[in-house]
Design a protein around this ligand. Sequence first.
Ligand code: KG4
Ligand code: ZN
Length: 355
Amino acid sequence: MNKIHPVVHQAKKIIVQPVILAIESSCDDTSVAVWAHGRVVSNVVSSQLMHQNYGGIVPEVASRAHQEAILPVTEAALEKAGISLTEVHAIAVTAGPGLLGSLIVGMSFAKGLALSLDVPLIAVHHMEAHILAHFAEPPHPSFPFLCLTVSGGHTQIVQVNDPLRMELLGETLDDAAGEAFDKSGKLLGLGYPAGPEIDRLAQSGSPRYPFPKPQIPGFDFSFSGMKTAIRYFIEGNQRQDPDFIPNHLEDLCASIQYAIIEALMDKLEAAADATGIDQIALAGGVSANRGLREAAAHRASDKGWTLFVPRLEYCTDNAGMIAVAAYYKYLQGDFAGLDLSPAARLPLKRKTIMH
Ligand code: KG4
Ligand code: ZN
């Protein structure tokens, strides 16, 4: 029986300006990007809108949608880049963390391409890629910098020493910041994902309802207590006024957004103070939030930080960020074998700071 050996394909030679085809399928976006001439030349994303009907991501539905989208999205990325498959020097793919079924689709496709083109495979960590999205286009933070990564699945503060050396300072112990937005929005009757809608409504509201700040030591976060407090607050008020939500929707959104942002900013400030690092970056889908961007800009001017926020295209899930991360790995000859398996959980190395 033929057996594929778990050999790591070594590049015939490391090319200074490689062409890399990068694939991202860890959650509900199918994305393919092409890296060439030292930059992202195409970054095509197909978002799965059908999850809105279910109030959250349904993993089985997500993997089937990835299967349908992966080929047309790849063709579109190559066409937009004006690159043919035969010009590709390496295939990069998200190895985790993410939904297993979704990761498997991207990974099987990537392995097939690497095998048939006889080029190396590069395994990329999704959270490291969110951070390295800052190098997709200028201005770039200088090393070391701190990155607050806030998405629907993760909330982390990471110290980035160089593109391949990152240390986790803190992360959420329960819900992610995006989940806190989405679950609070659900309590208000908003659709999924509720983050952008809360952001929009908060613009015309005032943060007059004080929701408790989580009391978690160190640089870790917790949002589940806040969610429960918001639920009790709403239920209590609805007993007096059944129309409490529609009558106070903007203020509720502004208050929820304020509470989440303050929790994020306090930990980020504590981490910056403890490390003495003043290059501060935001990453992940929640960094689209206008309140968060404003709060970070305020802290930056108070504390003398230089703040970096990528364009929205590079904040949400996209394969462009996978391509950037893959480029650094390619230069190091850091390739994966065809026995690579996807990982739902892929913890970053933690650094402990006494403070
Ligand atoms: O990074 P992302 O696109 O996907 C992953 O989770 O990996 O992040 C999606 C999350 C969702 O929870 C969504 O509600 C939140 O980002 N989000 C926002 C905003 N835009 C997206 N949250 C608050 N304000 C926004 N403007
Ligand atoms: Zn993500």
